[in-house]
Design a protein around this ligand. Structure first.
Ligand code: NAD
Ligand code: COI
Length: 331
């Protein structure tokens, strides 16, 4: 059995090597992402492991089948950038890592909110100028807020548990409510109801095309004045132009964004000294009441270790037994 992993970072390498030695299975490590240019490297392997936020090559699964690949194993949660139908049509199992560390993302989303509410960036910028005044940066507490959680799966639940520690009130929306949370009475019947009730809205749902720009000008207009928005889910969920309008008018008091709708040419790339030719992104990151991070909510030592090990285990399982618990394109 032979596997190949793409987009391998230095911090992942020791976990790949350790697993490879322990299982006596060759895993070839490629630093580059899986693109049309690098795709030929899959030849001679049984499994492909990948992790990227952008689109994979259109001909990937067709080519993979012709080369005898049995499984395409992604080291992350979201499967929105994988053509699952095409994989199935080519008899290739796709696996993900559904829970490498939901708390990593939940903790990060709360961190973004705290930074916004307590104006940490403003104080840091002032401190750099030896300006240690307080005025103009009065903060707000989570304790007396209503948090609107959209999506109450693994990450949403972890976020709820943290917010409860702050003493906040929770309202939630999910088309598939969790029975235990439902018994506690936290669900509202619609996103619109949540928009009306929440002081802070945090997104923890998957992205599908039907939810593209779910947070648009209309949705924002239905929210409370001075609402805060936190998005560690997927950029596609927010109409960035509408959000910028909301932030400029003060309707939206602040936004913490770990994802952005056109992020793939930007995030996880070193663009120092280069011009960013994305006017929407440039306008967004210029705003004072916005924190943009480059899709790093997941990025903890615990998560990295689990992403590598669990994705390799799934690939091995599919090759050896024909199946794995984490297959996401089972019919
Ligand atoms: P999950 O599958 O455990 O939970 C998702 C929840 O969203 C489910 O309860 C589902 O019923 C609900 N949902 C589906 N459609 C919805 C809709 N239209 N409105 C409201 N709720 C809806 O997934 P998870 O592990 O909690 O992850 C959630 C998302 O977080 C992932 O799909 C991924 O996009 C994102 N994510 C981001 C990072 C990061 O580093 N920023 C890391 C991991 C995951
Ligand atoms: C996910 O696991 O879905 C993420 O968003 C993490 C990212 C590294 C792709």
């Amino acid at each position: 059995m032979k596997m190949i992993a793409f987009s391998v970072r230095d911090d992942e390498e020791p976990f790949f090597r350790e697993w490879s030695t322990k299982n006596n299975i060759q895993v070839d490590l490629i630093k580059d992402p899986l693109t049309d240019e690098t795709m030929d490297k899959i030849n001679g392997h049984d499994a492909v492991l990948a992790l990227q936020t952008g689109e994979y090559p259109k001909s990937l699964f067709n080519k993979a089948q012709s080369l005898g690949i049995k499984v395409f194993s992604i080291r992350n949660v979201g499967v929105d950038n994988v053509d699952l139908k095409e994989a199935s049509a080519n008899n290739i199992a796709v696996t993900n890592v559904p829970a490498y560390s939901p708390t990593a993302i939940a903790e990060f989303s709360v961190t973004l909110l705290l930074q916004l509410l307590r104006k940490i960036d403003n104080f840091r910028k002032r401190s750099e100028q030896q300006d240690f005044r307080w005025e103009g940066n009065v903060g707000q507490e989570i304790h007396d807020k209503t948090i609107g959680v959209i999506g109450t799966g693994r990450i949403g639940k972890a976020a709820i548990s943290i917010y409860r520690g702050f003493g906040a009130k929770i309202v939630a929306y999910d088309p598939y409510p969790d029975s235990k949370l439902a018994a506690e009475g936290i669900y509202v019947d619609s996103k619109e109801e949540l928009y009306q009730k929440a002081d802070i809205i945090t997104l923890h749902m998957p992205a599908s095309l039907k939810d593209k720009h779910m947070i648009d000008a209309q949705a924002i207009s239905e929210m409370k004045d001075g609402v805060y928005l936190i998005n560690t889910a997927r950029g596609l969920l927010i109409d960035t132009a509408a959000l910028i309008d909301g932030l400029k008018s003060g309707k939206v008091a602040g936004a913490g964004l770990d994802t952005y709708e056109n992020e793939s040419p930007l995030f996880n790339h070193d663009l120092r000294g280069k011009e960013i030719k994305d006017p929407l992104f440039n306008e967004l990151r210029e705003l004072e009441n916005v924190i943009v991070t480059p899709h790093v909510a997941f990025y903890t030592d615990t998560a990295v270790k689990n992403m590598v090990r669990l994705s390799l285990n799934s690939a091995k399982s599919v090759i050896e037994t024909g199946t794995a618990d984490s297959i996401v394109n089972a019919e």
